[in-house]
Design a protein around this ligand. Structure first.
Ligand code: IVH
Length: 693
């Protein structure tokens, strides 16, 4: 094919797809079927793969990421990105207003108040309506060109369609981590860590707070990770030499009409009294927003007034930010309790006299570990400062020594597990204490059962952690094999506790008939889960997903594996002494052997039964699949095994991390729609077969 005609095709497809994306995201309507959109996107992807140099800067395929940037080039800002003077005091705000009035020599001016979004400042440069560059604030004069990462943010237009668009313009705003997405990503990291820990790998760090994580994410080298995190961006500034607008309000409206995401929370204020009313109004209401804000920004509305007032060296004289005080409160420490995690890790928690903080009642705060308690020099009944920063769990920041009673007793760290009384251990160089009683320490037992039912293990989705806790409380189960003896009557009406995340209040719920039946059905279904999953589900230390698959493939059955010697295990590729010894140690424990026996009696797969499918390749390495619908050649479990055996990953739901949706018969339209929206490739059974053949 001739390059010129390919270029034409690429341009046409890019324009057409951008047009439909714009209709979808900005006007909430469609003119094309999802299927046709998907086909066109696929066609564009194919062409771009063959002719990468012809890919257009506004290609919709940028949304899913895939670009790796080793070093972000430095770019000088056309107009410096200044900072704002800030204050925590309303008196200083009145003083600012007096300076504005004096500077303008009139009382006739207005303000626009906006919220101060807590994220990362970004400048977007457009030429002929097409996004050319996205640059961080940097030192205000020059920043990093992070264009591929910015292009993954779905609300940043890659191309402005129609309207009164100047040839060149720049917009500025704040990239932020929507709170829901922040929590979702952290949940995913936690899930992934469960697998990593079981494979003996170092767990990844949980994201500390939305602001730092937004900023860190935008500087990541792999734009597909950025895409998966679903950041967002509010724009608040429009700069163009060609198109001068007379007020800031007009600029916001112009941004909105060009298709940028403008927060609807701004307000025009006639005087500083109105500004203060806006501040008071948002002080608490801001916690209902889907992102973090740390104050408000007051801007003189008229552009001419702005020019008259001018700038200091660092910031404009026509704007100021008012910061809400760090959310902190003083309350009394009532007690310190200790939580035991799944791995036996101990976390001390301060139980507090309930106090209102950042819109919610706080009753507990993390104390992290023994070192932190020592650093705080915490005593019983101390009055403590609690802060809710970006972190989700509030923390104790300091003790109010003035209020300490003379006879106060220092907090002594426990030396026995609060749950099972086993002496705690603390490895040299580690801050955290552990309970070594893996076998019968209740929270560890719960953790193991949670692992057993998890998606990559037995995949018993209908059983959640709370139901498990309810079953343990009711003495209906004591280990995973008991799950298979549950009856409808055991489950129907079973009470379990739910803790209200906001208030910490414990509520009781009970299992309804339909759920009880669903649980039984999925338990029964899990009997078909392949042997390698069963092996992984046992939670043997260092036997993660991949190791379980390798061991299953080599030994073919649980019996062979249980009786294998260390040397025999070392014959398996990639199995080293650490794993081999861990497996041997596990099976040398009579309790574990009888558990396996009970699971076998319950009907779980204890040997490789699939049609000799285990034939490892790395064909699907690095790709994540979601399976939906019914297939003719495979059961869903078989399909899952094949994907894993070829190096792919399985996800239960579609997200930015998904690469392929394998669509069978009767796939729900919602899944297709979501996949299409995210630009995920949808493949049928035949296409899947050709990928692995
Ligand atoms: S206006 C000349 N408006 O705050 C200053 N900034 O301290 C132009 N920010 O770098 C900035 N929300 O990252 C403005 N509604 C808002 C804002 C906002 C957050 C950040 C921005 C800026 C910093 C200045």
């Amino acid at each position: 094919m001739e390059e010129t005609s390919v270029l034409e095709q690429i341009k046409d497809l890019t324009d057409e797809l951008n047009y439909h994306n714009q209709l979808y995201y900005q006007e909430n309507r469609t003119e094309i079927s999802d299927y046709d959109f998907d086909m066109k996107l696929k066609a564009l992807e194919e062409l771009e793969k063959k002719f990468p140099h012809l890919k257009q800067p506004d290609s919709p395929t940028f949304r899913v990421g895939g670009t790796i940037t080793k070093d972000f080039p430095t770019v000088y800002h056309k107009y410096p990105m200044l900072s704002l003077g800030n204050t925590y005091s309303k008196d200083e705000l009145v003083a600012f207003d007096e300076r504005v009035e004096k500077g303008l020599g009139t009382k006739d001016y207005e303000y626009i108040c906006e919220l101060k979004f807590d994220g990362l400042a970004l400048s977007l440069q457009y030429e002929n309506g097409v996004l050319q560059k996205a640059v961080t604030r940097g030192d205000g004069t020059k920043g990093d060109d992070i264009t591929p990462n910015a292009k993954t943010i779905s609300t940043i237009p890659l191309k402005i369609m129609g309207g009164n668009v100047p040839k060149e313009f720049e917009v500025r705003g704040e990239v932020f981590f929507p709170l829901m997405e922040f929590e979702r990503v952290n949940r995913e990291i936690e899930e992934d860590n469960k697998v990593r820990i079981s494979e003996g790998k170092k767990p990844n760090t949980i994201l500390a707070n939305p602001r730092n994580s937004a900023s860190g994410t935008m500087k990541m080298q792999d734009s597909s990770i950025v895409a998966a995190r679903k950041l967002d961006c509010y724009l608040y500034s429009f700069v163009s030499d060609e198109l001068k607008l007379s007020t800031h309000e007009e600029a916001l409206k112009q941004l909105d009409s060009l298709g940028f995401n403008v927060s609807p929370t701004y307000r025009k204020c006639k005087n500083i009294r109105d500004v203060i009313a806006y501040i008071d109004e948002w002080e608490h209401k801001r916690f209902e927003l889907p992102l973090e804000t740390d104050g408000i920004v007051v801007k003189v509305n008229s552009e001419q007034h702005q020019e008259e007032l001018g700038f200091t060296a660092k910031s404009p004289k026509w704007a100021i930010s008012y910061k809400y005080k760090a959310e902190s409160a003083v309350t009394q420490l009532l007690s310190v309790t200790y939580q035991v995690g799944r791995t036996g890790a101990i976390t001390p928690v301060a139980n507090l006299d309930p106090v209102l903080l950042a819109g919610t009642t706080v009753k507990r705060a993390s104390l992290h570990n023994a070192n932190e308690i020592r650093r705080l020099d915490l005593h019983m009944n101390d009055y403590v400062h609690v802060e809710k920063g970006g972190e989700i769990i509030p923390k104790v920041t300091k003790v109010d020594l003035d209020q300490r009673q003379g006879n106060a007793i220092p907090i002594a760290y426990i030396d026995k597990c609060p749950e099972c009384k086993t002496p705690l251990v603390r490895q040299e160089g580690e801050a955290v204490h552990y309970c070594p009683n893996e076998i019968s320490c209740p929270p560890q037992v719960l953790g193991r059962i949670e692992h057993f039912i998890s998606r990559n293990a037995m995949d018993i989705e209908t059983l959640g952690p709370r139901t498990i806790a309810g079953l343990l409380d009711a003495n209906l189960i004591s280990d995973v094999s008991d799950l298979y003896r549950l009856t409808f009557d055991d489950l129907n009406g079973l009470k379990f506790s739910v803790e209200d995340e906001q208030t910490g209040e414990i509520k009781t719920r009970s299992i309804k008939e339909k759920t009880a039946q669903n649980v039984l059905d999925s338990l029964s279904e899990s009997r078909k889960v392949p042997f390698q999953n069963v092996l992984f589900a046992l939670g043997i230390r260092y036997v993660g997903k991949t190791v379980a698959e390798k061991l299953a493939d080599h030994f073919k059955s649980m019996d062979h594996l249980m009786n294998a010697s260390e040397d025999e295990m070392l014959e398996v590729m990639e199995i080293g002494t650490r794993i081999a010894q861990s497996v041997i140690q596990y099976f040398s424990n009579q309790n574990n052997r009888s558990l396996v026996h009970r699971l076998k009696t319950a009907g779980l797969q204890m040997e490789i039964t699939d049609h000799g499918l285990i034939n490892y390749t790395d064909k699907l390495e690095g790709s994540t699949f979601v399976i939906s619908g019914v297939f003719s050649k495979y059961s869903r479990d078989e399909l899952k095994s094949i994907i894993k055996q070829n190096g792919g990953n399985i996800a239960g739901s579609i997200s930015g991390k998904t690469n392929y949706l394998v669509a069978g018969e009767n796939m729900g339209p919602a899944k297709r729609e979501k996949a299409e929206k995210l630009g995920i490739r949808i493949i049928d059974e035949a296409e899947f077969n050709s990928m692995i053949s």
